[in-house]
Write a protein that binds this ligand. Structure first.
Ligand code: NAD
Length: 369
């Protein structure tokens, strides 16, 4: 079993350990050659998660919060004071297209309810600013594709807030898998769920959430199945259970179990739910070993172990390392160990679309990612 010190020494010494070494620097494969450059970010949507990102950005070395977009003037005033944001970098949902003419903002981080991401990202792309968009990037693959296309047309980058792609325990398991330490990957299990409260919140409103638990929390198992196995699935089956139709209305999924098949022969079995707590666990099994993350996707500390023992990787604030790494990707074209661009979200949303179709039809759906 490794101590933290030997772990860091080891990752510093072997080229094969670059992923974890780089998470300590910037979570990217190419180290920065232009460290003076800072990604200047405006946050759109000053709610719960926007606030968490803003606080985490206080510790960023390569990214800085410089602007806000919000429909609530009182929130803007509070944020201006707290983060020294000048008036000229404050926008609302009506006037934010004018960000185009603001040379002091490089990127907009969209952190609004899911169904609003599509139009917001397209408007930001048209304004010529890079975009970081929260998960789920869109509410279906068609909208996700339109967002990717709009960013291409606007010649801006589109990244998704997949913070686990920069998390050290996760990256260590990916490194071990890539080096064959678990042998041939045979099985992944993803458990993602919590008991959701207030029935009037936007997360339980199909028009704003795009669905239910699958869009909000199940997407972690969808995305995780891909970065943990290192493959894209080729088929999906899924079954839905609804015990509380008053709370979980038409189009708002409460509990879905889904299974995925991968080209190398591995299978995945996953659970997405808004009706059970203590579900945040990934398990990967190969013919030579296993890896477990529990918690796997919460804010941390993430805990991991393998057949070789506990993973002793650094505990980080996810959003801080994410934003520093994203600054490197946007400003210096650095390549993350696990891709985090809009195409990744298109793949995940194709899987989500297929999961919903499988629930409805009972069919096994072939996937072409
Ligand atoms: P929230 O309800 O706390 O905040 C949403 C914000 O959007 C609020 O400030 C609200 O005023 C604003 N908003 C703008 N238009 C709105 C409208 N029409 N209806 C409702 N609110 C509107 O939600 P949140 O938890 O911050 O989630 C925002 C996004 O961030 C979601 O896409 C969610 O999936 C994502 N998220 C990601 C993580 C993560 O770990 N990556 C964690 C939490 C949330």
């Amino acid at each position: 079993m490794k101590t933290r010190r030997s772990f860091i020494q080891q990752v510093s010494l072997t080229a094969a350990s670059l992923p974890v070494l780089n998470i300590l620097n910037a979570a990217c494969m190419n180290t920065a050659n232009n460290d003076k450059q800072i990604l200047r970010v405006a946050i759109m949507g000053l709610g719960g998660y926007g606030t968490r990102v803003a606080e985490a950005m206080n510790d960023c070395k390569r990214a800085k919060l410089v602007g806000v977009i919000s429909g609530t003037p009182s929130k803007i005033a509070g944020w201006q004071k707290k983060y020294s944001i000048p008036e000229k970098n404050c926008y609302n949902y009506e006037n934010f297209d004018a960000i185009k003419h603001n040379p002091d903002i490089d990127a907009v981080y969209v952190i609004t309810p899911n169904a609003l991401h599509h139009d917001a990202v397209i408007r930001v792309a048209k304004a010529g600013k890079h975009v970081i968009c929260e998960k789920p990037m869109a509410v279906n693959a068609k909208e996700a594709r339109e967002m990717v296309d709009a960013c291409k047309a606007g010649n801006v980058k589109l990244l998704v807030g997949y913070r686990m792609h920069f998390e050290p325990h996760t990256l260590e398991i990916i490194r071990m898998r890539n080096e064959g330490e678990f042998g041939k990957v045979l099985f992944f299990q993803g458990l993602s769920g919590f008991i959701i409260g207030d029935p009037t919140q936007w997360r339980l409103n199909k028009a704003l959430a795009g669905g239910g638990a699958m869009m909000d929390i199940g997407i972690y198992s969808v995305n995780g199945s891909r970065y943990m196995t290192g493959e894209d699935p080729i088929w999906v089956t899924a079954q839905e259970t609804k015990n509380n139709p008053q709370k979980f209305k038409e189009g708002v999924d409460e509990t879905i179990q889904f299974q995925l098949g991968f080209p190398g022969g591995a299978v995945a079995s996953c659970l997405s739910t808004y009706s059970m707590n203590n579900l945040d666990r990934f398990f990967l099994n190969g013919d030579k070993g296993f890896a477990e993350l529990q918690p796997a996707t919460g804010y941390g500390p993430i805990k991991g172990r393998t057949n070789k023992g506990e993973i002793d990787a650094p505990v980080v604030t996810h959003q801080t390392v994410q934003m520093d790494a994203m600054a490197g990707i946007i400003l210096n074209n650095e390549k993350p160990v696990v891709p985090v661009d809009g195409e990744e979200a298109v793949k995940d949303l194709k899987i989500v679309d297929a999961i919903y179709e499988a629930c409805k039809t009972g069919n096994k759906i072939e996937l072409k990612l």
